[in-house]
Design a protein. Structure first.
Length: 508
């Protein structure tokens, strides 16, 4: 692995940049940052909702004439794309920077989703449909890795938990938009055209956001950890100037908070896995279980909920969108209303409780579903309450994997856990789609709901034993960067010596 020129010319750097970021008050800059980057989750929620809502229409002879399982598999291929995109663009984000990936990943999504709307009817064109879903998903998967990293690195520590949860929660704002769009087009546009119009909404929004993102600065933390000291100072100075324009003078930073950094070389996925599972086994277990369980539950239920309403409760395909409003509203309300508790009450207690409560409630609801007690309305209300808690917990799962590993491998670490989680999410949506069948046997889907509830409870139990109290702490205190050679007391590495399996930087 070759070192960068900056690494050679500046083997050791002393920097206050992390402390300078964490001491900033909330300002217009932070609001604009969250708005410009958080759209990734809005787009994902939009795509997922459109896929769920138009799924029943795609089973009609006048459209693509898919089976129920084939319609559910649209989500499966989208998730496969997200896995590919997260791994590919995650590595590029750690190598090339956060900002460089902002426009690329959004552009890939735009092209993929636009092509989905152009899928011809009949024959083997469903293969083309699935391929475009893979492309669109890869763009969004890349967004998760690059943008989760950037937001965590540029948001002050005391706000990081609630902001991450709120941003991840905006997925459900996208779901609400998707619901409104599909309700209108499916009820006012012919089925063979309506689903195409619905899939074009995301690309139009992406075009606007690409322009906005070009004005954002690169993460100063990423720059300084890669030895690009002058660019890092220019970036943090730009941020501080913007903050001072709206908040006034910023207090100085104590020099004792400075870090001495020897930039690391690029770390590949094999070396990353050694770092994660050899040096951070309990954190890796925590991140993996939280991400897997929430992804399985969400993809299994959300991607197939329209089919459940249609086949078990006999809701017309054109009316399923009305029920999504309550479902999405419950999911959006969770992170927005209780998100601040993850910064005040604490990560461990909030993550474990939200996972356990949602899992227990899902099991209770599953029994009521099997016994035929629920109607379409009460089933949807039950989902809304369950996912009020599950949504906050799931968002905290993303927060966890983005803050408990070193900065130099943050995007790749997010990508790895996201990919693992989505693989299980793909299994969930595919399995539940086939459990539904033609809607004549409730026992098969009941068993699936029990598995989903048990999975969330498992996530909560793991959080109890292995959760990390990261609230209010600097990222560098939660997980010491591999490049830090001073103040090594809280790190597993000796000063100047990288973890086993990594090549030493020049000057070691």
């Amino acid at each position: 692995m070759a070192a960068t020129p900056d690494t050679v010319s500046s083997p050791v750097i002393r920097s206050l940049i992390p402390a300078r970021i964490d001491r900033l008050p909330w300002s217009r800059f932070h609001t604009e940052l969250v708005a410009a980057l958080g759209v990734a989750w809005i787009l994902d929620g939009l795509e997922i909702t459109i896929a769920a809502n138009v799924g029943p229409d795609l089973t009609l002879k006048s459209t693509l004439h898919l089976s129920a399982g084939g319609a559910a598999d649209i989500a499966t291929w989208y998730l496969i794309g997200e896995i590919i995109g997260a791994l590919f663009f995650g590595r590029l984000s750690d190598k090339l920077g956060r900002k460089n990936l902002f426009v690329i990943t959004l552009g890939v999504y735009l092209i993929g989703s636009g092509l989905t709307a152009a899928t011809p009817n009949g024959g083997k064109w469903f293969i083309f449909l699935y391929a475009t879903r893979v492309l669109a998903g890869s763009g969004i998967g890349g967004e998760y890795a690059a943008i989760n990293s950037a937001i965590d690195e540029m948001i002050p520590a005391r706000y990081r938990g609630r902001v991450d949860l709120a941003v991840n929660g905006t997925y459900w704002a996208g779901a609400l938009i998707g619901t409104a769009v599909t309700l209108w087009v499916l009820n006012h546009v012919a089925p063979d055209l309506g689903w195409r119009v619905a899939y074009l909404v995301g690309p139009v929004l992406a075009l606007v956001i690409i322009y906005v993102r070009r004005k954002l600065p690169e993460s100063p933390r990423w720059l300084i950890m890669h030895g690009r000291e002058k660019e890092a100072e220019a970036s943090i100075a730009l941020i501080e100037h913007d903050v001072e324009k709206t908040k006034g003078a910023i207090p100085p930073v104590d020099e004792s908070k400075a870090l001495e950094i020897r930039p690391t070389e690029e770390i590949g996925y094999l070396a990353l896995l050694r770092v994660l599972f050899r040096h951070y086994p309990s954190r890796s277990l925590l991140g993996g279980v939280l991400m897997i369980t929430q992804s399985f539950l969400y993809n299994a239920i959300f991607f197939t909920s329209g089919l459940v309403l249609e086949f078990y409760f006999h809701v017309k395909a054109t009316d399923t969108g009305y029920y999504f409003f309550a479902f999405a509203a419950g999911n959006l309300a969770g992170p927005l209303t209780i998100g601040r508790l993850f910064d005040t009450v604490g990560r461990k207690i909030m993550i474990s409780s939200t996972y356990l409560v949602s899992g227990i409630m899902l099991i209770i609801t599953a029994v009521l579903f099997k016994d035929g007690v629920l109607t379409a309305t009460t089933q949807t209300l039950a989902w809304a309450v369950i996912f009020f808690f599950a949504s906050a917990g799931a968002s905290a799962g993303y927060l966890t994997v983005s803050e408990i590993f070193p900065l130099e491998v943050r995007a790749k670490a997010i990508a790895v856990f996201f990919a693992i989680a989505q693989a299980f999410g793909t299994l969930g949506s595919h399995w539940y789609g086939h459990l539904i069948g033609n809607g004549t046997d409730r026992n098969t889907l009941y068993a699936g709901y029990l598995v989903g509830g048990g999975a969330m409870m498992l996530g909560g139990i793991v959080a109890v034993f292995f959760g990390v109290n990261a609230e209010g702490k600097s990222l560098e205190d939660v997980a010491k960067p591999l490049s830090v050679i001073a103040k090594p007391a809280e790190t597993i590495f000796r000063p100047g010596i990288p973890p086993e399996g990594l090549s030493p930087s020049p000057g070691n």
